[in-house]
Design a protein around this ligand. Sequence first.
Ligand SMILES: NC(=O)C1=CN([C@@H]2O[C@H](COP(=O)(O)OP(=O)(O)OC[C@H]3O[C@@H](n4cnc5c(N)ncnc54)[C@H](O)[C@@H]3O)[C@@H](O)[C@H]2O)C=CC1
Ligand SMILES: Nc1nc(O)c(N)c(N[C@@H]2O[C@H](COP(=O)(O)O)[C@@H](O)[C@H]2O)n1
Length: 219
Amino acid sequence: MHVVVNAAMSVDGKLSSRRREQIAISGPDDFDRVDQLRADSDAVMVGVGTILADDPSLTVDDADRRAARADRGKPENPARVVADSRIRTPPDATVLDGRAQTYLLVSEAAPPDFIEEMEDAGAYVIAAGQDRVDLTTTLAKLEGDGIDQLMVEGGGELIFGLLEEALVDELFVYIGPKVIGGRDAPTLADGDGFIEDFPEPELAGVERLDDGVVLHWQF
Ligand SMILES: NC(=O)C1=CN([C@@H]2O[C@H](COP(=O)(O)OP(=O)(O)OC[C@H]3O[C@@H](n4cnc5c(N)ncnc54)[C@H](O)[C@@H]3O)[C@@H](O)[C@H]2O)C=CC1
Ligand SMILES: Nc1nc(O)c(N)c(N[C@@H]2O[C@H](COP(=O)(O)O)[C@@H](O)[C@H]2O)n1
C-alpha cells in the first residue's frame, strides 16, 4: 500500500485553533489540488477527531474527476476510512451518507453495541489493537480489500500514529498565510512526539499556490 498524507497548516504549524474548529488555511487552488489527490486514491482516511471537528465528506468535488474514475471502472468516490478506537463517530456523520464505502477501524475496546450501530449505518468495521487502532494490521486488511493508494487528511493524532509505525510514504503540506498559535492547538504531528529516531523525509518538491506554498516530502 502507498500512503500519502496531505494537510494544510498555518505558518506556525497548526492544523486548527485550540477550539479545534475547521479553519480556512488554504485557498481554491489548493482545494483543487487536494480534490485531484482524492480522485487519484482508492480511499481517504481521517481520525475520529477530524470527523467530530469538521464532519468532512471526503468525496471528490469535481464531476469530471468522478466521471474519469467511473471510466476507469472505479467507484465515483474513493472509499472513506475513519480511525476510531472506541467509536465516537456519530451515526449521522456525513461519512456515513452512502456516497462511498466507509470503513471504520476500531480497537478491541470498541463497545459491541456501537459496532452493531455503525454496521447498521452502513459502515464496514475492522477491529485490531487493544486500546487504540493497530494501524499496521488494519491498513494491511484494507490492502487485502484492494486499497492500494491511501490518502490521509489528518488530523495530527492520526498523522503521528502513522509516522510512529513508519507507514507514511509521502507527505504534502500546504503552509498558508496565518499564524494561529496556542499550545493546545493541533499540529501536523501530535501524539507523544518523537524523542529519538526522528523520521527524516527528503524534500521532493516546492510549489507556490494561492497565498502560500506546498511542500512535498518523501519518506
Ligand atoms: N488543516 C488541515 O489540513 C486539517 C485539520 N484538521 C483539524 O485537526 C483536528 C483534529 O485532529 P486530532 O484532534 O488530532 O484528531 P484526529 O483526526 O487525528 O483523530 C484522532 C483519533 O484517531 C483515533 N485513533 C485510533 N487509533 C489511532 C492511532 N493508532 N493513532 C492515532 N490516532 C488513532 C483516536 O480515536 C484518536 O482520538 C481538528 O481541529 C481538525 O479541524 C484535520 C484534518 C486536516
Ligand atoms: N486542504 C485543506 N485546507 C484547509 O484550509 C483546511 N481547513 C483543510 N481541512 C480539511 O479538509 C477536509 C474537508 O473535507 P470536505 O471538503 O468536507 O470533504 C477536512 O478533512 C478538513 O479537516 N484542508
